[in-house]
Write a protein that binds this ligand. Structure first.
Ligand code: ADP
Length: 540
């Protein structure tokens, strides 16, 4: 082997904000704030405030490697924390406020957080938990003096006061590129939450991957609105890819209802917005009420759970908004695939294009796929064979943070990470996820995909939202049960819904029963919680 003679500079998160401040200095970060109203700052101004915050963190005693927690909405101060913590070698531990209290306490203790920064919204929650939180945890309210929450928290500090008077320049320390920069726990739908600890290297590589993959929306003449929270998997990398490419960021703050999102998107001329299917239900209802899409909105990126065909059709056919269906995991930073069509595919009839968009998209550069059957043998990528999907790449965890047991279960002998998703992959790299292994329905020895049944059922006008779970059955082992939230003003009958689904699938795959409910339980990341549904409706 002849070694290349190229420099080997460590990749660093701080280089992204430095680059943005210099080359995309005028691009804006616009935030709908917790205090009310909009806040605007350029990437140049952000760099100054990030330097001030970095000095302040050091003043609080934060050392390289220390975990700094956040409990906050999508807003500019949260964005500043991402960079200031990473820049000084500390770790930004984003906490999902929708976790159960015990899980939240568990991860603060497990991560050994030193400081917690929080939006005023979450002051009552922290005050309630204060006696169960670590004694030496420091509390910082992410606001100015005039808006400090009246909370019973020890030595409560004020974010803007911490920044006041600090120098707005900083020489970042040079860190090894494998130093940790951020930490996010999975939502713990399967046992205790597990920590994915991202490095500077993985974060920069992920930002570059998203930039090249989403090159039409990640551009300096565009704005992107992450509905996907900064508290869950780095808002799918947007806080890094946006400054890297000069794309303007629009943060929605705490208001995630359809009307608020519509108005903010329209006022700021947002080009692209990213989020899980649940939030799009609200936006679509608003778009239907107004009979149009927000002006300027050209693309929604849907991921986190499967985008159903009716949802994709509504955006594309009713409103002319393009859908990019993506798949990923907390453990993958998170992006694994992206559903952009090739120029040839764009020439296909609309319905054939939508067929492709219903798949989870093509793998992104740097993420390798392996499909295996129950016996662990590799399956072909022929678009037919379905098995458990394993992934490998530089933006995928090599293990969980301080959790050897979970690591051993997740990583196979060859170093691949088992996703727990059942999928097929076609020769063009397109992934089709049919289920999570634990959500699959096995009837008479055959697998039934709950995702397919849900997509079909949501095509009925009387269905606002739905989920399919396995119901134990003496004869068949399991049978699919359809659980439905009816659309406003509709009272679909059981027979009507069963006939609708039955018309699209083989007889043995169709559900035998429908249950009508007021609302579906959601997980902390806004996905339908099938575990809760199973416990509630089919606990044997
Ligand atoms: P959590 O369960 O903690 O919310 P993640 O957000 O990391 O964890 O969820 C990852 C899982 O979400 C994937 O393994 C997959 O089952 C599911 N998922 C993500 N995106 C999609 C998608 N586009 N289609 C189907 N399932 C998806």
């Amino acid at each position: 082997m002849l070694k290349g003679l190229m420099m080997n500079r460590p990749l660093s998160v701080s280089s992204i904000i430095d680059f943005a401040a210099e080359t995309h200095g005028d691009a804006m970060v616009t935030s709908s704030t917790v205090e009310g109203g909009l806040h605007r700052m350029s990437y140049r101004a952000a760099r100054g405030r990030i330097a001030q915050l970095a000095h302040a963190l050091r003043g609080l005693g934060v050392q390289p490697g220390d975990r700094v927690a956040t409990l906050a909405w999508n807003g500019y101060r949260h964005f500043e924390l991402y960079y200031a913590t990473a820049g000084i070698g500390a770790v930004c531990h984003t906490i999902n406020p929708r976790l159960f209290e015990d899980q939240l306490l568990y991860i603060v203790a497990h991560a050994q957080d030193r400081v917690i920064f929080f939006d005023a919204t979450f002051a009552p929650l922290l005050a309630k938990l204060r006696d169960r939180l670590p004694r030496d945890l420091k509390f910082v309210a992410m606001t100015d003096r005039a808006h400090m929450p009246d909370a019973d928290l020890p030595e409560l500090l004020c974010y803007e006061e911490l920044l006041d008077g600090q120098p707005d320049t900083i020489d970042w320390p040079e860190l090894p590129e494998d130093a940790a920069c951020s930490l996010c726990y999975t939502s713990g739908t399967t046992g205790e939450p597990k920590g994915a600890l991202y490095s500077h290297r993985s974060t920069v590589l992920h930002a570059l991957t998203v930039a090249v993959t989403m090159q039409d929306s990640m551009r300096s003449d565009r704005k992107v609105l992450p509905v996907v929270p900064l508290f869950h998997v780095n808002a799918w990398g947007l806080p890094y890819t946006s400054p890297l490419t000069g794309t303007g960021l629009v943060f929605p703050g705490p208001k995630l209802d359809g009307a608020s999102l519509f108005e903010l998107m329209e006022a700021e001329k947002v080009f692209s917005s990213w989020g899980v299917p649940t939030v799009w239900l609200g936006l679509l209802a608003e778009m239907r009420a107004r009979g149009r899409a927000p002006e300027g909105l050209s693309e929604v990126v849907i991921g986190g759970s499967a985008a159903s065909r009716p949802m994709i059709e509504a955006f594309e056919k009713e409103f002319g908004v393009g859908v990019c269906h993506a798949w990923g995991m907390t453990e993958m930073s998170p992006i694994g695939t992206c559903g952009l069509l090739s120029p040839t595919q764009q020439q296909l009839p609309v319905d054939a294009q939508i067929d492709i968009k219903c798949s989870q998209g093509k793998r992104v550069f740097g993420v390798d796929f392996k499909l295996v059957d129950d016996a662990g043998s590799r399956l072909p990528h022929d678009g037919q064979a379905a098995g458990e999907l394993y992934v490998r790449g530089n933006t995928i965890i090599s293990g969980y943070f301080e959790n050897d047991g979970a690591t051993q279960k997740a990583i196979d002998g060859d170093g691949w990470f088992g996703t727990g998703d059942i999928a097929s992959v076609d020769p063009g790299g397109f992934l089709r996820v049919s289920d999570r292994s634990k959500d699959l329905i096995k009837s008479g020895g055959e697998w039934i995909s709950s995702i397919d049944l849900e997509s079909i059922a949501s095509g009925h006008p009387g269905v606002a939202n739905c989920a399919v779970i396995a119901k134990p059955d003496e004869k068949w082992g399991e049978r699919p049960l359809l659980i439905v939230v009816a659309s406003e003003g509709h009272t679909p009958s059981k027979e009507e819904l069963l006939a609708h689904v039955g018309a699209h699938v083989a007889k043995w795959q169709a559900p035998d029963d429908v249950l009508f409910v007021e609302a579906l339980p959601l997980t902390a990341t806004g996905k339908v919680s099938k575990m809760t549904l199973r416990r509630k409706y089919v606990a044997a």
